[in-house]
Design a protein around this ligand. Structure first.
Ligand code: SF4
Ligand code: SF4
Ligand code: FES
Length: 243
C-alpha cells in the first residue's frame, strides 16, 4: 500500500482582507511517480480550490514552480514525493515579493537584474541583415550555452545568505549573466566597464563564497566556475591597471 502524505502548506493571500499567514494541513495518498507539482494540483482539485502556486512547463524548463520544499529551494515539478518523507512542508521562496500562498513574483527582480547588468551584446557594429552569421569556436559557444541554461527559477537567490541581507546583490544568477557576456567575443565592453560592473558589493565582492547557490541550482549550472572566471578576469584587469 502507498503512503499517506501529509502536506503542511503556507497559506496567505495578501490581497484578501483580514487574511492571516498560517499553515494548513492536507493529506493525500501517494501514487507512483507522484511529484510535488502534481500533488499540488490534486490538492487544488480536491481540497483547496483557492491554493496559489505557479507553473508553466511541468518539465523543469520554465522555472516557475520553484518553492521551498522541506526547507530547500527547488522545483516542484522535478521533485518526486518518493524522495521525501511522509510529511512535506511547502513555503514560498523567500526574498521575492509574495503574491499568495506558494506564488512569488520573480519577474520584476529578473527584469531589473537584466537592466542592471545590461544583458545584451554591446557592439558598435552596424547590423547587416544580409551578412553571413559570425563564426564562433565551439568551446566558446559551449561555454555561452552553459551559462544560458539558467531558467531564472530564483532558487540560488532563495538559498543565498548575502542577498537576504543585501538585496542589491546580483546573486549567482546575476553573476552568471555577467559571465555569459564576458565570455562572448562579440561584446565590446572594455575592461573598465566590466570592472565597474563586478568589482562592487553588488557584484562579485558581495559573494561570501559558501556556494549554497551551486548546491541548490536545479539545472546544475557550473556557478563555481563562473565565479572563478569572473574573479580571474577582475584580477587581470586590476593587475593591468597597476602596471
Ligand atoms: S556563493 Fe555567493 S552567490 Fe552563491 S549563495 Fe553564497 S553568497 Fe550567494
Ligand atoms: S542559476 Fe540555477 S538556481 Fe539560479 S536562477 Fe539560474 S537555474 Fe535557477
Ligand atoms: S513548471 Fe516549469 S519548471 Fe516546473
Amino acid at each position: 500500500m502507498g503512503r499517506t502524505l501529509t502536506f503542511k502548506i503556507f497559506r496567505y493571500n495578501p490581497t484578501k482582507e483580514n487574511d492571516q499567514p498560517r499553515i494548513d494541513t492536507y493529506e493525500i495518498e501517494e501514487t507512483k511517480r507522484l511529484n510535488v507539482f502534481t500533488a499540488l494540483n490534486i490538492l487544488r482539485e480536491t481540497q483547496a480550490p483557492d491554493l496559489m502556486f505557479d507553473f508553466v512547463c511541468r518539465a523543469g524548463i520554465c522555472g516557475s514552480c520553484s518553492m521551498m520544499i522541506n526547507g530547500r529551494p527547488t522545483l516542484a515539478c522535478r521533485t518526486l514525493t518518493s524522495d521525501l518523507p511522509d510529511t512535506i512542508e511547502l513555503y514560498p521562496l523567500p526574498f521575492f515579493k509574495l503574491l499568495g500562498d506558494l506564488s512569488v513574483d520573480t519577474g520584476v527582480w529578473f527584469h531589473e537584474m537584466a537592466e542592471k547588468v545590461e544583458s545584451w551584446i554591446h557592439t558598435q557594429k552596424e547590423f547587416d541583415p544580409t551578412a553571413e552569421e559570425e563564426r564562433m569556436d565551439n568551446a566558446t559557444a559551449n561555454k555561452i550555452y552553459e551559462a544560458e541554461r539558467c531558467i531564472e527559477c530564483g532558487c540560488c537567490l532563495a538559498g543565498c545568505a548575502t542577498i537576504q541581507i543585501y538585496p542589491d546583490f546580483l546573486g549567482a544568477t546575476g553573476l552568471n549573466r555577467i559571465g555569459r557576456f564576458l565570455i562572448d567575443p562579440r561584446d565590446e565592453r572594455g575592461d573598465q566597464e566590466w570592472f565597474e560592473l563586478v568589482s562592487t558589493d553588488e557584484g562579485v565582492f558581495g559573494c561570501i563564497g559558501m556556494m549554497a547557490c551551486d548546491d541548490v541550482c536545479p539545472k546544475d549550472l557550473p556557478l563555481l566556475e563562473v565565479f572563478s572566471f569572473i574573479r580571474r578576469k577582475l584580477s587581470g584587469i586590476a593587475l593591468a591597471k597597476d602596471k
